[in-house]
Design a protein around this ligand. Structure first.
Ligand code: NAD
Ligand code: GDU
Length: 331
């Protein structure tokens, strides 16, 4: 039996493929390479290049393998871009998920683990966000992910497809053995940008806002190591195999770090100066976003191993030092 990983040539998906292969699972990647990289796919992994919205393409993949379950990472995920071009996000994220679920239904595949996001919560209502907090997204990206969670509920009701939606906080770091890393183009995430400054690829890091109501005035986020995040997907697959009920889980580290703490830690890890410039707030950034992952700890038996910010940044730095140009040729 095989596991299909959509978006397996992307940052998180490629780490999931690595983890599944370390468990000797038979993995099939589906990826259009619209933001992913051919070089992130190992030669010994079955890879189909194509778009999820292409049903005939999906039929070819699903009918060529005995598919046990799907892990669905493929999506567009830039918050700012989603505000400028919301239809692109509804088309790719919601359209892609619908097409995938239809293919699963046609081919009688009944288990899916889905990448959701903390962005579905919008402005947080409490200090540690839990799964019962209000889901009121403040951008189209978050809306598309929430819409897919709702689609999953109805798909279960009608077609018996069971699902687990994992709401990620700030995913960061790279494989501890240095086999995979993060290469988004354009890069918008804080830690990779800070490390690009350390590599002299950028002049400085722009700090978006230093007047928040936080101890040092900069935004606080919950950074979760990509390998810990991926572990929760493997546990979710096991849980679905045990006929457990469909559910949503937050995935975070439970610890908040400010933008300045990230920069300070990166200075320590890299030994570089990393000049920082204070700038106005970025629109739509809440001051404080930290997860309660108690439900995942309790019900998935999940526990993160790489919770120190230093370890997270060190693992990313290790990959960048060895891959200063990322996955060299894009696409
Ligand atoms: N990186 C984070 O901090 C973060 C946080 C919360 C949620 N997420 C979610 O995790 C998932 C993976 O994120 P990532 O950072 O690895 O992104 P990524 O862009 O590196 O990976 C996404 C992959 O999906 C592929 N893809 C996109 N649309 C496709 C389509 N229609 N058909 C086939 N392939 C398609 C892309 O080519 C890419 O390889 C996304 O769903 C994202 O919304 C990420
Ligand atoms: O050059 C930069 C980049 C980021 N930041 C700050 O660093 C923090 C982290 O920003 P990221 O862009 O790395 O991450 P976000 O918190 O904006 O977004 C992440 O969390 C979201 C959930 O709220 C979504 O899931 C999204 O996909 C995921 O990347 C924010 O306060 C941001 O303002 C800077 O100061 N300078």
């Amino acid at each position: 039996m095989s596991i299909i990983v959509t978006g397996g040539a992307g940052y998180i998906g490629s780490h999931a493929v690595l983890a599944l292969k370390r468990q000797n699972k038979d993995v099939i990647i589906i990826d259009s390479l619209q933001t992913g990289h051919q070089q992130a796919v190992d030669d010994d992994t079955t890879f189909y290049q194509g778009d999820l919205r292409d049903s005939a393409f999906l039929d070819t993949v699903f009918s060529s393998h005995d598919v046990e379950a799907v892990i669905h990472f493929a999506a567009d995920s830039l918050v700012g871009e989603s505000v400028k071009d919301p239809l692109k996000y509804y088309d790719n994220n919601v359209g892609g998920a619908i097409s995938l679920l239809q293919a699963m239904n046609r081919h009688e595949v009944k288990k899916i683990v889905f990448s959701s996001t903390a962005a579905i919560y919008g402005e947080p209502q409490s200090q540690y966000i839990d799964e019962n907090d209000q889901a009121v997204p403040t951008n189209p990206y978050g809306e598309t992910k929430l819409a897919i969670e709702k689609i999953l509920k109805w798909a279960e009701n009608a077609y018996g497809i069971r699902w687990i939606a994992l709401r990620y906080f700030n995913v960061a770091g790279a494989d501890i053995e240095g086999k995979k890393g993060e290469d988004h183009r354009p890069e918008t995430h804080l830690i990779p940008i800070v490390l690009q400054v350390a590599l002299n690829q950028r002049d400085e890091i722009t700090v978006f806002g230093s007047d928040y109501k936080t101890p040092d005035g900069t935004c606080i986020r919950d950074y979760i190591h990509v390998t810990d995040l991926v572990d929760a997907h493997l546990l979710s697959l096991e849980k679905l195999s045990d006929e457990a009920k469909s559910d949503v889980y937050n995935l975070g580290n439970g610890k908040g770090f400010s933008v300045m703490e990230v920069i300070e830690t990166a200075r320590k890890v890299t030994g570089q100066k990393i000049p920082a410039r204070m700038a106005p707030r970025r629109e739509g950034d809440p001051a404080y976003l930290v997860a309660s992952s108690a439900k995942a700890t309790r019900q998935l038996k999940w526990s993160p191993n790489y919770t120190s910010l230093e370890t997270i940044i060190e693992s990313a730095w290790n990959w960048y030092v060895n891959h200063p140009n990322g996955y060299t040729t894009h696409k």
